[in-house]
Design a binder for this molecule. Structure first.
Ligand code: NAP
Length: 549
């Protein structure tokens, strides 16, 4: 079949070489990469177009808190030369425009079925292929299936009674309308003070007549200090892109932020303070690059947290509000650190009100607004910025059935297990990009996507060159990877906060840190080593009766 033939044929079966689920940055690159290998590829995407999380998250103030030159593809010198970023931290509009530019430039859309969901993906061991059925009634068959479903793609409503009763406008950050929303003259409520809520609050607080922030857990947020990029800087960047991408591949964050090996207490107190002041002035995630042990040394972490709490106290004029905004009870950076633009200053505006729902809990959502224990707040618009069923949510949102009829839900009932975050024992020829137990939430997702897709492409090339039909990790290799993931997690302060990083935000979800904390550079090395050690880490199947490679 032609590698461009991806027409939707309802109720039909279609056989291709590779199925790619998702048209975010990972899915787009996978589609391109496999097409360039001469494969027929069909992509399935629930959204109406490319962009993944950036397609859906059109809320006011949406912006990436990784630097734009980092958070972009490195696989094509042409693309990085042709595209010019306008700001240090790009807005959602600009990132989505970039995704569209890439899709046009590489002619990717023709491979995709948009507005379409996979409802099940089932491995047929006899035929040695994945059968993915979509909600359009089509069944796609392919020997290889790539899950580029994203670590943050299943939105989560708050567990509050009465959501359906609200008669005003209810908006979800992660499914924001495509038409403009006016806050002028409106009383607006926001639930959620993570990265999403902070961006909404600092923006809507300057537009609405009244803004009520229903805060359960304050986040630590640091100044983003965003700015326009000067043409000279952009030109310099473009000259050095190849070297920069190489440096990113060897960096723990998969970005350009310099890493340090300097422990916090290696400096005398005055120099530590100076380093923190400088990090505050520089903005971005420079704090994390200032000391090596902020996530392993509780005492160092406490001192940095105190420094940020002091800053909050200096900015927020009302001492009671300042106190309520100061995060306590969990280590700084154990929740995903947020970057903001005058977030704390927003609370000095007379129209912005902090409702501390830790001390005055939400009882229910009513027809008119929100009722806390102390009374009802009437609202015209209510915004949920309440996060995601992250990391595993999208892979468990439909039936994925592996060898011998075993479902992924069953395999992962006590927590997500995988080898390298890419492959899963018992699920041959199924690959995830940015999957659970990889470095997904802790490093640049585009760098990870490019790495994972290249790794998968190398594996498929190797299989084809050696006449191998199927691959899956051995139970021992998966177990060894999981032991490493857990042992790294045990040393980190991250497990001390109740966040989506540990699955604590979803009722009934198995708790645990399903992320590789060793840094992207180390992850890359370990993936390369696994690829070298193929015969002991993976089971290949040449013929149904043979299991050895
Ligand atoms: P999140 O970090 O999980 O935050 C969800 C918020 O909703 C929390 O403050 C949570 O409070 C609150 N919440 C949930 N249920 C509630 C309830 N019943 N009552 C009161 N509050 C409730 O989700 P997110 O802000 O969408 O961020 C998710 C991730 O997306 C980020 O960590 C980041 O990786 C990514 N992101 C990045 C950017 C960026 O690049 N700038 C922007 C947005 C998102 P509790 O903590 O008390 O549960």
């Amino acid at each position: 079949m032609s590698n461009t033939d991806t027409r939707k044929t309802e109720g039909s079966r279609r056989r291709v070489d590779v199925i790619v689920v998702g048209a975010g940055f990972a899915g787009m690159y996978a589609t391109y990469r496999f097409r360039e290998m001469g494969k027929s590829v069909v992509g399935v995407e629930a959204a109406g177009d490319v962009g993944g999380v950036w397609y859906w998250n059109r809320y006011p103030g949406a912006r990436c808190d990784l630097m734009s030159v980092d958070y972009s593809y490195g696989f094509s010198e042409e693309i990085q030369q042709e595209w010019t970023w306008s700001e240090q931290f790009a807005s959602q509009e600009e990132i989505l425009a970039y995704a569209n530019f890439v899709a046009d430039r590489l002619d990717l859309r023709k491979h995709y079925n948009f507005n379409t969901r996979v409802v099940s993906a089932v491995w047929d061991d006899a035929a040695r292929l994945w059968r993915a059925t979509t909600d359009s009634g089509e069944t796609l068959e392919a020997p290889f299936c790539i899950m580029s479903t994203g670590p943050l793609s299943i939105p989560k409503d708050p567990d509050i009674a009465g959501i359906d009763r609200f008669k005003g406008q209810l908006l979800r950050a992660q499914k924001w309308p495509h038409t403009p929303v006016s806050f002028e003259g409106k009383r607006v409520g926001v639930i959620g003070t993570g990265s999403t809520g902070i961006q909404i609050i600092q923006t809507v607080g300057r537009q609405a007549v009244e803004l009520f922030v229903f805060q359960r857990t304050p986040s630590f947020t640091l100044p983003m200090r965003n700015h326009k990029l000067e043409p000279d800087y952009v030109a310099e960047m473009k000259r050095h892109y190849p070297a920069m991408r190489e440096a990113m591949r060897n960096n723990p964050t998969g970005g350009t932020r310099p890493a340090t090996s300097r422990p916090y207490f290696s400096l005398p107190p005055s120099q530590r303070l100076q380093a923190m002041e400088q990090a505050w002035i520089n903005g971005g995630h420079t704090f994390l690059g200032s000391f090596a042990d902020l996530l392993t040394n509780q005492e160092a972490n406490d001192q940095v947290a105190d420094f940020v709490r002091e800053k909050i106290g200096e900015i927020v004029k009302d001492p009671k509000v300042a106190e309520a905004l100061k995060p306590r009870g969990y280590p700084i950076f154990a929740r995903r650190p947020c970057l903001d633009t005058e977030y704390y200053e927003t609370y000095n505006l007379p129209n912005v009100h902090l409702v501390d729902v830790a001390s005055d809990p939400i009882v229910e959502i009513t027809e008119k607004g929100i009722r806390t224990q102390s009374g009802e707040t009437e609202l015209d618009i209510l915004i949920f910025a309440t996060g995601y069923d992250a990391l595993t949510g999208a892979l468990l949102a439909f039936d994925v059935v592996g060898r011998n009829g075993r479902t992924l839900k069953e395999k992962w009932k006590s927590g997500a297990r995988s080898h390298l975050g890419i492959m899963i024992e018992g699920f041959p020829n199924l690959f995830a990009t940015g999957g659970p137990n990889g470095p997904a939430a802790l490093a640049n997702l585009i760098t990870i996507a490019e790495h994972d897709v290249d790794w998968i492409a190398d594996m498929i090339t190797y299989m084809e060159a050696n006449g191998l039909a199927t691959v899956e990790p051995t139970p021992e290799a998966e177990e060894a990877w999981m032991k490493l993931v857990v042992s790294l997690a045990e040393r980190s302060l991250i497990r001390k906060a109740n966040t989506w990083w540990v699955g604590a935000n979803v009722k009934g979800k198995p708790q645990g840190l399903t992320m590789f904390l060793g840094g992207f550079h180390k992850y890359r090395e370990l993936c390369a080593a696994a690829a070298q050690d193929r015969s002991s880490q993976f089971v290949f199947d040449r013929a149904r009766e043979s299991a050895a490679a």
